[in-house]
Design a protein around this ligand. Structure first.
Ligand code: S3P
Length: 167
């Protein structure tokens, strides 16, 4: 049984790398944001807009707990998932945690992509975005770094091998 939780900041490539990893391992790929949207019947920006971040974080945890029913799956978490409630402890106890550790500059560079789908990024000027990413990444790192595997971008292409060593 292997439940693989992919962790990392927005724009770290959890969906892209996760889908590739799942294909190579022949596991299903699951995106938690998509599960949340299905459960709520609303898009992530709509949930933030109508009910606020606190409500979103509760849904997020509910969806995380549902992943216990999945076996042999690659699960892409939202960027904030490990940093709320006891979610990180729970993931460590119930699966293999993998942190995609992408350089801050690259995350800033990519932050313009799909900004409209990411309520925490939208309505920020470039300067605000850079400052927000820097502070938030600093606050989140202690959670992310508890992962069993820390994968840096210079290892691209080796993710599957690295994960396989732990299965
Ligand atoms: C969030 C990241 C998003 C999504 C939500 C909040 C965050 O997921 O869960 O907008 O707090 O970093 P991605 O990391 O998949 O973009």
């Amino acid at each position: 049984m292997a439940r693989i939780y992919l962790i990392g900041f927005m724009g770290s490539g959890k969906s892209t790398l996760g889908a590739g990893l799942a294909k190579r391992l022949q596991y299903p790929f699951v995106d938690m944001d998509t599960m949340i949207e299905r459960m709520a019947g609303k898009s992530i920006p709509e949930i933030f807009e109508s009910k606020g971040e606190g409500y979103f974080r509760k849904l997020e945890q509910e969806v995380l707990f549902q992943t216990i029913l999945m076996q042999d799956a690659v699960i892409a978490c939202g960027g904030g998932t490990p940093c709320f409630y006891e979610n990180m402890e729970w993931m460590k106890a119930n699966g293999l945690t993998v942190f995609l550790d992408i350089a801050e500059e690259k995350l800033i560079e990519r932050s313009g992509i799909e900004k409209h789908n990411r309520p925490l990024l939208k309505n920020k000027t470039d300067e605000e975005l850079t400052a927000w990413i820097s502070i938030t990444l600093k606050n989140r790192r202690p959670f992310y770094e508890q992962s069993a595997i820390i994968f840096s971008e210079d290892e691209v292409g080796k993710l599957t091998d690295k994960v396989r060593n732990y299965l």
